[in-house]
Design a protein around this ligand. Sequence first.
Ligand code: PRP
Length: 181
Amino acid sequence: MTTLATDILFSREIIHRRVGELALQISRDYQGRDLLVVGILKGAFIFMADLIRALGVPCRVDFVRLTSYGEGCVSSGTVRLTKDLETPIAGRDLLIVEDILDTGCTLSRLTDILGEREPASLKVCAFLDKPERRIVPFTADYIGFTIPDAFVVGYGLDLDEKYRYLPDVCVLRDIDGQGEG
Ligand code: PRP
């Protein structure tokens, strides 16, 4: 059986500070606008909860969920919307909030789908960005941290639904064969 250790990559204090910076930037950009924050379930729920509470502008919230089928994302059917918005978005200022931008398949597909509904504006805030893993070109408007290609968990991110509750972002390390001390 594989034994995994969690090494802290970004502590809760560092995360708190960075989320505050992002919130300040977003608040300036959306002053006087009609902001709808859209979270992508499940991973984004913790980041989104912290981000919107740090905003200095009012917003409303909604959520979507997408599921990937198979490897890659060459066809639009590879990533499907399994939970849609409950809010009409035509004419609204949309900010999509994501926990991690990896291959780019999810955000590329979602921005296509939501863009067709003619929002007034559409931007993306990704807590983490792993540019080395990109399959489809995609650039987020706001990024918390850019990270290398390591498997990270915590602060909403999971491995088989485990570790989402961790308050720090951690890298998983295989400690098999290193003995039990
Ligand atoms: C993960 C993550 C992002 C997406 C990013 O979601 O939360 O939504 O993958 O990957 P991409 O850029 O390669 O598309 P996942 O499907 O694991 O669901 P979860 O959020 O429920 O963990």
